[in-house]
Design a binder for this molecule. Structure first.
Ligand code: SAH
Ligand code: SF4
Ligand code: F3S
Length: 456
């Protein structure tokens, strides 16, 4: 298979210069998979003659690529739609579309939302976007929300924004059906892109100047190309061998697919980053069972021990849900204890949000009061910050290798880069270039950031 990485970019540049081309603005919410999907959508549209713009102000078409993971993610979109009505007042023919997980979950219900939405397109139907948009411009409404067992978009080169890091979606969907989670319903069944297409894309990315690739999937480590007989550790190994100077990351792993082979691949290849995101969700085995997570707290800790033993200096992060159905103070304490035992470098922490149609919604009452959820979440966040602060403070004086990303988003005169262990590193700018890989020494730290100096 030959994949031309330059073609969507060239096409987009040509369209952007054409005053007659309709301008599409895409706004992305949710996870990295959605960000990667928006790049696929931009590529499909550029290929069909649309111009891609980075502002809603002068757009003919506004697409919101949405997330349904928690109720507040959806509320955010409804607010955004209310806000977008001003654009419709200015431009009567403006087309507004909803893509992504909310489109899949709410389907036709979204048509006409806030007197605005005229197209609704689920994650497996992005190829139909050009025709749906063209119809919508003529005043027709359109809904495309079929889920597919095979769609991977592996033949489409995403229209990426410039940068030294790139995402690459390697599998779609999820078969795990964790009781709390909406993803298997919004993204459909699990399927993997072919080994060859992924290898080609990563080689192409590297040749075009990308220094770091993050392989993406909702359950990325269950990747399996059955035809090529390549599972996830073999895929990692293939890329790591073919491109020894490319940094490789991946997200998100499920603990039950965190195999010994995967851990050994980290040990064997320096360019597979020393960082693993391994969501635990809860420290109570009783709660994990009710979540249908497929492992006990003890089994999870056994995986952590195996990781720590074989990957020295590894950095670990996790996801936690606080206040899940039937969670008692004792269960909550077990989560705090597990987090204290693992000592995560980072964590994403959430209050449980009941989602329609999930097993949890059907089977268990959402019985932890809101104020208790809030208090438990605060305790979890407070403890995690303290631990991350201690871990980062212990980094002072240590040497890391960082990939320079560019100017710091938070501090003027400073630039930022990421360590192999995924820590944000800030340093005073002194002529460094994006994409440089530099040795640095940590001089100070807080729970979120390392302040470093460049080692000459
Ligand atoms: N596929 C990934 C994560 C998907 S969603 C995985 O399994 O690890 C990212 C995180 O959102 C989850 O890990 C979980 O912590 C959180 N999450 C998912 N559904 C949720 C819900 N209903 N309420 C609160 N948090 C939720
Ligand atoms: Fe959701 Fe579980 Fe699948 Fe992750 S593994 S996407 S939490 S069902
Ligand atoms: Fe959200 Fe869908 Fe991602 S629900 S987290 S955008 S897979």
């Amino acid at each position: 298979m030959y994949i031309d990485l330059m073609s969507p970019k060239k096409q987009a540049e040509t369209n952007n210069k054409n005053p007659k081309a309709k301008k599409v603005y895409i706004e992305t919410y949710g996870c990295q998979m959605n960000q990667a999907d928006s790049e696929v959508v931009a590529s499909i549209l550029a290929n069909d003659g649309f111009a891609i713009t980075d502002t809603a102000d002068n757009a003919d078409v506004i697409l919101l690529n949405t997330c349904s993971i928690r109720d507040n993610a959806e509320q955010k979109i409804f607010h955004r739609l209310s806000h977008l009505r001003q654009y419709k007042k200015k431009k009567f023919k403006l087309v507004v579309g909803i893509l992504g997980c909310m489109a899949e979950r709410l389907k036709t219900k979204l048509i006409g939302e806030r007197d605005l939405v005229s197209i609704v397109v689920g994650p497996d139907e992005y190829r139909s976007l050009p025709s749906l948009i063209n119809q919508a411009i003529k005043g027709e409404q359109g809904v495309a929300v079929e889920l597919s067992k095979v769609e991977t978009y592996e033949d489409i080169t995403p229209l990426r924004t410039e940068g030294v890091s790139a995402w690459l979606s390697i599998m779609r969907g999820c078969n795990n059906f964790c009781a709390f989670c909406v993803v298997p319903y919004t993204r459909g069944r699990e399927r993997s892109s072919s080994y060859d297409s992924i290898l080609q894309q990563t080689i192409g990315l590297y040749e075009s100047g990308v220094k770091e690739v993050t392989l993406l999937g909702q359950n990325v480590n269950s990747y399996n190309d059955l035809n090529a007989k390549k599972d996830f550790p073999k895929l990692l190994e293939g890329i790591a061998q073919a491109l020894p100077y490319l940094r490789i990351r991946y997200s998100t792993s499920h603990p039950h697919d965190m195999s010994d082979e995967l851990i050994y691949a980290h040990e064997k290849y320096d360019n597979i980053c020393n960082f693993i995101h391994l969501p635990v969700q809860s420290g109570s085995s009783k709660i994990l069972k009710k979540m249908r997570r497929d492992y006990t707290a003890e089994e999870y800790m056994e995986r952590i021990a195996m990781i720590r033993k074989n990957i020295p200096g590894v950095s670990l992060s996790t996801d936690i849900i606080s206040g899940y159905c039937t969670e008692t103070e004792e269960d909550h304490q077990m989560t705090l204890d597990l987090m204290k035992e693992v000592r995560y470098d980072g964590a994403f922490m959430f209050k449980y949000s009941e989602r329609g149609n999930t097993l949890a919604e059907k089977k268990y009452p959402d019985d932890v009061p809101e104020e208790v959820k809030t208090r438990r979440l605060e305790e979890i966040i407070f403890q995690q910050r303290a631990i991350a602060g201690e871990i980062n403070e212990a980094e002072i004086g240590k040497i890391h290798e960082i990939l320079v990303e560019g100017p710091s988003k938070k501090k003027e005169e400073m630039w930022q880069g990421r360590s192999d262990t995924n820590k944000m590193c800030i340093f005073p700018y002194n002529g460094e270039k994006e994409g440089d890989i530099l040795k640095v020494k940590v001089v100070s730290a807080n729970s979120a950031t390392l302040f470093v100096e460049i080692k000459k």
